[in-house]
Design a protein around this ligand. Sequence first.
Ligand SMILES: [Fe+2]
Ligand SMILES: [Fe+2]
Length: 388
Amino acid sequence: MKKQILIVDDDQRVLDALQRTLRDQADDWAMTFVRKPETAWECLLESAYDAVVTDVKMPGLSGMDLLERIRQTDKTKDVPVVVFTGLDDQNLKTRALDLGATDLLNKPIEASQLIARLRNVLQSKEYQDDLRARNELLTEKIRRQNIDLAQSRMSTVCRLGMAAEFRDEDTGNHVIRVGCFSRAVAAAMGMPRTFLEMLLLAAPLHDIGKIGIPDSVLLKPGPLTDEQWAIMQRHCEIGAQILREQSKAVIPLLDWYAVEPKSMQEATENRDPVLDIAASIAMTHHEKWDGSGYPRGLSGESIPLESRIVAIADVFDALTSNRPYRPARPEDEALTIIEATIGSHFDPRVYAAFVRALPDIRALRNRFNDSVIVFPKPEGVLTEGALV
Ligand SMILES: [Fe+2]
Ligand SMILES: [Fe+2]
């Protein structure tokens, strides 16, 4: 493709001479000759040029003004500009370079010099354009990879959360909704974006510890004995342990997988913040505002905020979803139940945010209702106490 060159000089005789001089380059260069810098500026705004060659002293807009505009406008700021100056005008030369001239040429213009300089600037521009195109491609590739990675992480987390739920109840998209509702509540509290994204990933793992509860307790249809209840409550600690422990088996695996292996200490220090927040939620999502929850009987703000948020999202979704032993409660009934326990079970500030987030929560409940198959249920999953 021919290089587009714009040549500006108010003196028609100079333009004619340049036209004759550059005639031999016509196979490679498409040249536009204009007498007014104003016209040159219009050309630059309309089409893409690979180089501009301009005189300085012209009536109206000067060559310097044109150069300044070119450098200050996004569309044109990278176009190389070659400026003609008088031989002895040192100040003008310095000013032109200060304003971002790519090269200077003395008047009267010598043909071989002009062609050589133009070839140079065109070549540099080509390298620059090439580099920019590669950078843009790379940025787009990284952006795509980041999205793929985030989606894969989300999918893994939700599947893991569902694995725990499958053992217990037929809970459909419960873990997905708890993640989404929690994010909506945190957003209504004005929490930073990174926290929202971490919560979305971590909340679905709140009951992962149920994996470690024996079937005789987890699937028991009737009320639990005190001993069984104590075992059931252990799902919090088991979940936190699964998510928090940097087991001796995991670190060598991470070392082997990483491009630059980490030391044991580094791997422990550079923990994944999503796993940290997930462990905190697994441990404390059954704590209550008044201290009557389990496993530690924490109260008030000593319960991590993420867990106070997940607690309300979890209970609201459980109440408004079908369970094998009861149908879903209507929303107003669920809200009345929750309202009755503000200040005892739930943090009043989190409840206020939950109410503000209700329009979003309703939309999310609709979007991820249990008739929507987000992850197909594996064949042969036994539910409703089938193993008891
Ligand atoms: Fe739980
Ligand atoms: Fe749950």
